[in-house]
Write a protein that binds this ligand. Structure first.
Ligand code: RIB
Ligand code: CA
Length: 311
């Protein structure tokens, strides 16, 4: 039985590849895609998500626009990484796929409200503003959520926006604190593990060799996205963060982690947005989160390449 998921994202080239992987995978029933301000402003992230679903031939999946700013903070963006369009390297045009009516948070609430307990998996790969808004407006939906399988956070290998904080969390630390604190089983793919899955030239060429419009689109986006920092990442290529949660849902043995408590700093100028991972259980706080630490990068790219060839 395909697993019902709601994807929440801020495309971004890595979100875009994540969407294509999800659309190509029969293990998942993508109920809808919600978009949020993140890498680029909301009007671009929602457009980019529609472009990818159209490219994947999945106009059956509704795309919703959500929060255009964090709960409390001023927005931060990442055009330096993703380009002004958010998916530079892809031939931007206006998608025929329309934006679904209604706010993303309302879609999450209504979908969960109508579902059985533990029936819905949330897959956020951008700032957590939409998820936190839904949980705050309708706390009763928490019991409907089977798992929250997210890309975000950093602990053992430092942050990417501050010395300790990762973009998705630092973009909206208050939202992240709500989500990590909601009590639902969470699987977190932070930089500790996503920096192990690099878009190396060999991996990129295997994708390009598929020679389909989807493969050409991915190769174009990842060529732009590539910004090797061998000292930081230990090899050529850039971390392909956002496909990790989807790959895990399809093939869990690609990753290993540890069940821990994770809380988020929101009251320190120095460490705001830090995901404080209690690796040794010293706090006694509930261990709601499976914090991923190791990835089979070759296995992930083999899965990604195999599935992209299906589109
Ligand atoms: O820090 C990496 C994360 O921030 C990825 O999800 C990327 O798309 C950006 O949203
Ligand atoms: Ca993202």
């Amino acid at each position: 039985m395909p697993r019902p998921v709601i994807i929440n994202c801020d495309p971004g080239q890595d979100d875009a590849v994540m969407l294509l992987l999800a659309c190509a995978s029969p293990e998942l029933d993508v109920l809808g895609v919600t978009t949020v301000a993140g890498n680029v402003p909301l009007d671009l992230t929602q457009r980019n998500a529609r472009l990818m679903l159209e490219l994947a031939g999945r106009s059956d999946v509704p795309v919703y626009a959500g929060c255009d700013r964090p709960l409390e903070r001023a927005p931060i963006t990442a055009e330096a990484v993703h380009g002004m369009t958010g998916i530079d390297g892809y031939p931007i045009h206006e998608p025929a796929l329309p934006l679904a009516e209604g706010h993303a948070a309302d879609f999450i609430i209504e979908t969960c409200r109508d579902a059985a307990d533990g029936a819905i998996t949330l897959v956020p790969t951008g700032p957590l503003t939409n998820i936190a808004t839904a949980l705050t407006q309708e706390p009763a939906i928490a019991s409907k959520i089977e798992q929250i399988v997210l890309m975000g956070g950093a602990f053992g290998r430092g942050g990417n926006v501050s010395p300790v904080a990762e973009f998705n969390i630092l973009a909206d630390p208050e939202a992240a604190k709500i989500v990590f604190g909601c009590g639902r089983p969470t699987v977190a793919f932070g930089l500790d593990v996503t920096q192990q899955v690099l878009t190396t030239p060999a991996r990129l060429e295997r994708i390009r060799a598929i020679s389909t419009p989807v493969a050409e689109a991915v190769a174009g986006m990842l060529t732009y996205y590539d910004n090797s920092n061998i000292e930081r990442y230990g090899g050529p290529g850039r971390p392909l963060h956002d496909p990790c949660p989807i790959a895990w849902l399809i093939q869990p043995d690609l990753f290993t982690g540890r069940q821990v408590n994770v809380d988020v700093e929101t009251g320190s100028e120095l460490t705001d947005g830090m995901t404080v991972v209690d690796l040794w259980g010293v706090t006694g706080r509930p261990k709601h989160t499976l914090w991923m630490r190791e990835a089979d990068a070759d296995g992930l790219y083999a899965l990604l390449t195999e599935r992209l060839a299906l589109l």
